[in-house]
Design a protein around this ligand. Sequence first.
Ligand code: ADP
Ligand code: MN
Ligand code: MN
Ligand code: MN
Length: 337
Amino acid sequence: MAEYIWLDGEKVPEIRGKTKILEIKENEKLDEFKASTWGFDGSSTMQAEGHNSDCVLEPVRTYYDPIRNTGNEEFPHLLVLNEVMLPNGKPHSSNTRFGLKHIAERHQAEKFWFGIEQEYTLFQGDRPFGFPKEGFPDPQGRYYCGVGAGKAIGRQIIEEHMRACLEAKLLFAGINAEVMPGQWEYQIGTGDPLKVADDLIVARYLMERIAEEQGVSVSLAPKPCPGDWNGAGAHTNFSTKKMREFGGFDAVIEKLRERHQEHIAVYGQGIEERLTGKHETCPYTEFRSGVSDRGASIRIPWQCERERKGYLEDRRPCANMDPYVVLGKIMETVGEP
Ligand code: ADP
Ligand code: MN
Ligand code: MN
Ligand code: MN
């Protein structure tokens, strides 16, 4: 069983998936295996008109499927990540990965690395997971990295998701419970841009699938609950070989400052609701950098300030951002012209 997954044409793209039963040749090995192209009805995914509906799935990376495999398979069930193409061989307008591939190629010599902190909020019906039927839970304070019933809400799903990500061999760096109840984070990275962006899409897919089995949904909304509750971001940590070896943070930060609004425009739908200046954010209308400053747009981690080299954290991207767009934008701004 191969689960072909791709991003649809919604304003905030969602993951779609369907299964293809593959025929495996005798003695075929997983690392030599190449999934074949496939197609789908783009008129049902906001990617085509009904009278000309065929879209093409072009496999770009294959993973071990941690949900379907039991461990005893002769040839493992697979997750197949795809780019969406038009029948004429050109990339579909929703295919942002195609763009990142070319940007990454252009900036290959600079050896960019990324690490993304994906925050998200579990929901049951229209209420965040762990919120009472009426009214609100205790205010924020004890939930972040919380331990114990009433503080760490949904841990079973989170643990299962982490195990699945590791089995799929994603670049997975860790997890923590977040500030708002029912809100969590996992980190994907550190690695090269295409691998990190692809792995984030697969990690999002696995989270949806695992939560789905418990009747829980996953929200990537940047401000899932109005009021005095933290929003959900996707802090994007990045470095070049030069930054890792020599630092030079000031010049990098200046480049980001000059293009602040351009970045805000592609850092996720609803960013104004989250970057308000409250709840560990800098207002979207301002640009600030600072050491250990969680109210900054760009945070210099204290170890990197001390060693005067390493990486920077862009705190602006929202949980619902498109990693292909965000990583491409950072490379184009920060990279050599
Ligand atoms: P925070 O203190 O902001 O919560 P986390 O521990 O959640 O930080 O995440 C740190 C992130 O930084 C990880 O995703 C990791 O992959 C990334 N990271 C670490 N070193 C580098 C580096 N040299 N270049 C790019 N990203 C890095
Ligand atoms: Mn974090
Ligand atoms: Mn966080
Ligand atoms: Mn962070």
